[in-house]
Write a protein that binds this ligand. Structure first.
Ligand SMILES: Cc1cc2nc3c(=O)[nH]c(=O)nc-3n(C[C@H](O)[C@H](O)[C@H](O)COP(=O)(O)OP(=O)(O)OC[C@H]3O[C@@H](n4cnc5c(N)ncnc54)[C@H](O)[C@@H]3O)c2cc1C
Length: 294
């Protein structure tokens, strides 16, 4: 898939290439077997070169890996992540421009320093702005899409392109950016008039309601319209249920925890169990929010 010549070119362009790298090292679940090539891409020249020589379908773009479940037998292809020159953010009045690989937490911090409002809900959401944009990350009724002004990306034909907010469709935890590799996101915020009370409120709520100490991938299921997936799982008496080393959190029913050495199949088994019980008890189909990679 990657000839010696392409590998050497990528190395010259500053990439770090890891062979048979365990994906468990690159996701918050700490689960996943080896990938043929794990590539850290530091700049647009390297990304453009990779896309020129490798079929896009063979490349999985990873942010911080906080919303994915990789299979135990790994991934046949390339997992690539944006590093180096893709990590930046700068402020111009109410606008923030950031590289696709920038951590969301760094951007939230910057909004606090510059007294900007609109992104408080994102405090504590792990991951990159690229991943958050792709997934339309959010909390309750707040979404990242509400502060996005436009994006820069590589399209399915491996060409660099731009989209204004009005040309992107965002829905609950999803976007129309399926085949895009998001390299830059432009945000538009507002001037804050009060103290940072809101940010503390969001952080406090997260600490109170979510398990913090064991590896997980955040909410496993999307909330059905008007309902709360965690509450449905709790009402189905599934909190605390374990399969092997995977466990449904006792603190939040919509979190599955890796209690130490869990494998993807155990998590998948729990996902199916939850879906079956919730369907049986409430006639509701829960749809996974996490990306289950095959
Ligand atoms: C403890 C915890 C709490 C969480 N809380 C929340 C929450 O409150 N709200 C919420 O919405 N989510 C939450 N999440 C889930 C997750 O953090 C978010 O979805 C986050 O935005 C994912 O970003 P990431 O960089 O980790 O993406 P990844 O998990 O690496 O990838 C997610 C998807 O985005 C794609 N992607 C990543 N980067 C790019 C890019 N540059 N271009 C194109 N596609 C890309 C990937 O291909 C994949 O399909 C939580 C997760 C954890 C572990």
């Amino acid at each position: 898939m990657l000839s010696k010549r392409i590998i050497n070119e990528l190395l010259d362009l500053g990439c770090i290439i890891l062979r048979n790298e365990l994906l468990s090292k690159h996701c918050s679940f700490r689960i996943g077997g080896p990938v043929d090539f794990f590539i850290k891409i530091p700049n647009e020249a390297a990304l453009s070169f990779l896309l020129q020589y490798v079929n896009r379908k063979k490349i999985y773009i990873l942010g911080s890996g906080s919303n994915v479940l990789f299979p135990d037998n790994g991934y046949n292809g390339i997992v690539a992540t944006l590093v180096g020159e893709f990590k930046y953010c700068f402020v111009n009045k109410y606008n923030i421009t950031c590289g696709g690989g920038t951590q969301l937490s760094d951007i939230v911090n910057l909004t606090t320093i510059h007294n900007l409002t609109g992104l408080e809900f994102a405090i504590g959401i792990p991951g990159t702005i690229g991943g958050a944009t792709y997934c339309n990350a959010g909390l309750q009724t707040k979404w990242i899409s509400s502060v996005i002004n436009g994006i820069e990306f590589f399209n399915e034909n491996s060409q660099k392109a731009y989209l204004d907010r009005k040309d992107i469709s965002f829905k609950y935890r999803t976007s129309s950016l399926n085949t895009c590799i998001i390299t830059q996101v432009r945000l538009k915020l507002n001037k804050k008039s009060k103290s940072n009370y809101n940010i503390n409120k969001y952080l406090y709520h997260r600490i109170q309601t979510q398990p913090m100490s064991l590896p997980n991938a955040g909410s496993i299921f999307k909330n059905p319209i008007g309902l709360n997936a965690g509450k449905l799982i709790e009402d189905a008496q599934l909190k605390g249920v374990c399969i092997g080393k995977a466990k449904i959190s006792e603190k939040h029913g919509n979190f599955i925890l890796n209690t130490g050495g869990a494998c993807a199949n155990e998590v998948l088994y729990l996902i199916k169990l939850i879906q079956a019980k919730v369907k049986q008890k409430f006639n509701i189909t829960l749809e996974p929010e996490i990306k289950i990679i095959k």
